[in-house]
Design a protein around this ligand. Structure first.
Ligand SMILES: [Fe+2]
Length: 355
């Protein structure tokens, strides 16, 4: 299957993966032929794209790193906490515990898929951003934790910190959080306080361990200093805080926000790599570039020689040079064949655009 941005979806295309609505119900089943009505529903849900099956891509599998069920349940659990607090209720132990249970399920599934590189392009929707983002950051952080050799108990603690990293935003006015224009100094200071609010909320709840809520407190600290709330640097920032900082930045950059459009995974990867030592811990970035695919499987790309193809496979140590199945040359359809970008004879070729 291959990924097609929503703006390029056409009637008659065949859906490659089940599609769920924002409350986790199956909306369209894999294999269905898309009609104008279905395309309208996809656009209404603000999916940034879908997977389709066609002759050139039907044998390319895109494997979910966690199941849709676990992801939707985790999103629901974190949403419940926000809703509870927004209604003016105080500490929500029941939903905190339910969310922690979901984190354990995520850890279990990721452990079973630890050989996979991350293919996260398909899980972006604009609505309910905070909940999706919280779960994405948990998934990315746990993947980094696994690659860094953490044991299961630490992975769960890291996952709690990651899924709750922005919980403090529930105490901040939504109009300020989603303001499309530039913020006043006062508004920015208020937004910055979300890490402290989150830390205090979780500490008071007395359910997650101390290293988890300290990770929440530290997730906007910068490795080179100058972050908030404390401005501490390097090893003074908790390990969890340093991991979440990378996962948070990557997921936020690859998502549409009210004030800017999403970057491509490859562009976000460039940003992370370019911020080593200033924003991020070099040892964590080293692991990050091995595990996250900047050109996820199923992505359509243009090569520097004008050919267009689909990413078929990624390799941990050569993340910028995947296997490509080309099917178009200078705008003309051609008999598909595969180019291994890591082969010596293909080293002059680069990916210049994601289509
Ligand atoms: Fe944050």
């Amino acid at each position: 299957m291959r990924f097609v941005p929503t703006s390029c979806v056409r009637e008659g295309m065949i859906l490659g993966k089940d599609l769920y609505n924002n409350i986790g119900d199956l909306m369209l089943a894999k294999g269905i032929i898309l009609t104008a009505e279905y395309i309208k529903a996809i656009k209404n849900l603000k999916y940034n794209g879908i997977y389709i099956d066609d002759d050139i891509s039907k044998d390319i599998p895109v494997i979910n790193i966690i199941s849709e069920k676990v992801r939707v349940d985790a999103i629901g659990a974190i949403k419940n906490i926000f809703t509870h607090v927004e209604k003016g209720n105080s500490i929500d132990i029941k939903h905190i515990e339910a969310t922690m249970e979901q984190v354990k399920r995520i850890v279990d599934q990721l452990f079973n898929n630890k050989e996979l590189m991350v293919n996260m392009v398909d899980i972006k929707v604009f609505d309910d951003y905070t909940y999706y983002h919280s779960v994405n950051v948990a998934v990315l952080s746990i993947i980094l934790g696994i690659a860094l050799g953490m044991k299961e108990e630490d992975l769960c603690n890291l996952g709690y910190a990651a899924i709750f990293h922005d919980i403090g935003k529930v105490f901040i006015d939504k109009d300020i959080l989603n303001k499309p224009g530039s913020l006043t100094e006062e508004e920015y200071e208020l937004i910055k306080s979300h890490s402290t609010f989150g830390y205090e909320y979780l500490k008071k709840g007395n359910k997650v361990p101390i290293e988890s809520y300290v990770g929440v407190l530290d997730h906007h600290e910068r490795y080179g200093g100058g972050g908030y709330p404390s401005g501490i640097k390097e090893d003074l920032i908790s390990y969890f805080g340093r991991i979440i900082a990378v996962a948070d930045a990557y997921d936020a950059l690859t998502s549409d926000r009210p004030y800017r459009e999403a970057l491509l995974p490859s562009e976000a990867m460039e940003y992370v790599m370019g911020s080593v030592s200033t924003l991020f811990d070099p040892d964590i970035v080293k692991v990050f570039v091995r595990k996250i695919a900047p050109y996820p499987i199923g992505t359509c790309v243009r090569l520097s020689n004008g050919m267009v193809g689909i990413v078929v496979e990624n390799y941990e140590d050569l993340c910028m040079r995947p296997l490509i199945r080309v099917f178009q040359d200078q705008g003309e359809e051609i008999e598909p064949y595969e180019i291994q970008l890591s082969d010596p004879h293909a080293l002059c070729l680069t990916i210049v655009e994601v289509i």
